[in-house]
Design a protein around this ligand. Structure first.
Ligand code: UDP
Length: 331
């Protein structure tokens, strides 16, 4: 039986595919390649270029393949874009989930691990953030993902579809062998942007705001290595296979790093004197986002291997050095 990875050609999905294969699991990938890269998909996985909103084509994949569980990464995830184009997010993310749950129900597939986000919490009521804290998203991206979590809750009640929502904080790094990594167009995330400054693709990194209510004035985030994140999904699949109830878990490292500390760590990781300038704040950025991931550790048995941002950045730098132009499939 296979695990179906939706969005398996994307940054996190492609690492998930490799980790599943390394665990001896058969893998089927569905991706529409709007954001993903065909070259990121491990050759051992079966690949279908299908959009999850295309019910007929998605059903055909479920007809052909013997799917026991789904891991769902196929969503848009850029906050400012979601503010400018909310319906794009409710269409691909939220409506896409309706189609997926229908197809799962029709094919009697009852397990799903879902890529959720810290953005479902909105402005935190305290730090670190716990799973039981209020979820009041402040942008359409977070709202679209919260709606997806809620849909799974009702689909569980009605059809017995069991789910685990994994709420990610900040994800960084790359496969340590440098075979796959992060390649977004446009790139908006901190670590790849810092590394663009390190490799000469841009002159400097602009640090968004130095007047936050934090020890050094730069805002603080919680960074997790992408392979540790993928491993948490494997544990979540095992959890569901053991017949346990639907649940949600934060995935973070419990340690926060400021933007300035990240630039410092990247200077050490790369040996390059990366230039940084302070710019204005970016809209919608809270001071601090740090996860309480006790539940993932205690219930799923999650033990991240990377507890140091410099090591995380080193893996991302290895990917950048081996693939200065990212995947060679630019349109
Ligand atoms: N950031 C920055 N400069 C950049 C990109 C990001 O200072 O060019 C900051 C951003 O304000 C946030 C942190 O880096 O505090 C992480 O941002 P990212 O977009 O990577 O992830 P997010 O926290 O938005 O999911």
């Amino acid at each position: 039986m296979s695990v179906l990875v939706l969005g398996g050609a994307g940054y996190i999905g492609s690492h998930m595919v490799r980790q599943l294969l390394a665990n001896g699991q058969d893998v089927v990938v569905v991706d529409n390649l709007v954001k993903g890269h065909r070259a990121a998909v491990a050759p051992e996985a079966k690949f279908y270029e299908v959009d999850i909103r295309d019910k007929k084509s998605l059903s055909e994949v479920f007809d052909k393949e013997d799917i026991e569980a789904v891991v769902h990464f196929a969503a848009f995830s850029i906050v400012p874009e979601s503010v400018a184009e909310p319906l794009k997010y409710f269409d691909n993310n939220t409506a896409g989930m309706v189609t997926l749950l229908e197809v799962m129900q029709e094919h009697n597939v009852k397990k799903i691990v879902f890529s959720s986000t810290a953005a479902t919490y909105g402005n935190p009521v305290h730090i670190p953030i716990k799973e039981t804290d209020p979820q009041n998203p402040i942008n359409p991206y977070g709202e679209s993902k919260l709606m997806m979590e809620k849909m799974m809750g009702w689909a569980d009640q009605a059809y017995g579809i069991k789910w685990v929502a994994l709420r990610y904080f900040n994800v960084a790094g790359a496969m340590p062998d440098g075979s796959i990594g992060e390649d977004h167009e446009p790139e908006t995330h901190l670590v790849p942007i810092i590394l663009q400054a390190a490799s000469g693709k841009r002159d400097y990194i602009e640090m968004f705001g130095d007047d936050y209510n934090t020890p050094d004035g730069f805002n603080v985030r919680d960074y997790v290595h992408v392979v540790d994140l993928a491993d948490a999904h494997i544990l979540a699949l095992n959890y569901l296979k053991e017949g346990k109830p639907s649940a949600q878990f934060n995935l973070g490292s419990a340690t926060g790093f400021s933007v300035k500390e990240m630039v410092e760590a990247a200077r050490k990781a790369t040996g390059v004197d990366i230039q940084a300038k302070v710019g204005p704040r970016r809209a919608g950025d809270p001071d601090i986002l740090v996860a309480d991931s006790t539940a993932a550790r205690e219930v799923l048995g999650w033990k991240p291997n990377y507890d140091n941002v410099e090591d995380i950045i080193k893996t991302a730098w290895n990917w950048v050095e081996k693939h200065p132009n990212g995947y060679d499939d630019k349109k």
